[in-house]
Design a protein around this ligand. Structure first.
Ligand code: ADP
Length: 184
């Protein structure tokens, strides 16, 4: 059973590694980015509201995300553990998650922080070429990350929950470092 939060800037490899761990540890990979992108593709109410923020590299407003997380962690498959990728992304989301996890009795001990130099992030994201992966939007997403998400590193570190991993290595090496941490 694992319950893990992935932290790290855009392009750090959270989604890739979360998918590997999800398969190995047989727990759902919950990516708020994936959920939002599929809402956009399906033209749901959520998707319509979220799309312009995503295209601009801004965070989607908390009120669109919080209910979604509560609902997702309440689903049956989340009983056996989960990997959160892309949430929490600011301090208010982290405080919300704290309360929610206490309420549903699903404690999370481990926050995995993937570290990758900025230069590498930008070239990875440009190579990925998603709709929100043009240079201007990428720079803005990194700025939003620095301002809103990076403070969570200290938030979790001060509670002894943070483990940092070098994400600037071949994918398999990152995966084995992560597995080692989780099996310790
Ligand atoms: P990245 O690989 O750049 O981290 P994600 O797939 O995690 O991308 O997220 C893509 C976009 O979805 C973000 O730029 C943001 O607009 C929106 N998003 C995802 N998760 C959240 C969240 N927890 N809070 C607010 N917005 C979010």
């Amino acid at each position: 059973m694992i319950r893990v939060i992935f932290l790290g800037p855009p392009g750090a490899g959270k989604g890739t590694q979360a998918a590997v761990l999800s398969k190995d540890f047989e727990v759902p990979h919950i990516s708020t980015g994936d959920i939002l992108r599929s809402a956009v593709a399906d033209k749901t109410d959520l998707g319509t509201k979220a799309e312009s923020y995503m295209n601009a590299g801004e965070l989607v407003p908390d009120d669109l995300i919080l209910d979604l997380i509560r609902e997702r962690l309440g689903q049956k498959d989340a009983d056996k553990g989960w990997i959160l990728d892309g949430f929490p992304r600011n301090v208010s989301q982290a405080n919300f998650l704290d309360k929610l996890l206490a309420e549903i009795e699903q404690p999370c001990e481990c926050v995995l922080n993937l570290e990758v130099p900025d230069k590498v992030l930008i070239s990875r994201l440009l190579a990925r070429g998603r709709k929100d992966d043009n240079e201007e939007v990428i720079r803005h997403r990194l700025e939003v990350y620095r301002q809103q998400t990076e403070p969570l590193i200290e938030f979790f570190r001060s509670r002894q929950q943070l483990v940092s991993i070098n994400g600037h290595q071949p994918m398999d090496s990152v995966a084995s470092d992560l597995t080692q941490v989780l099996q310790a």
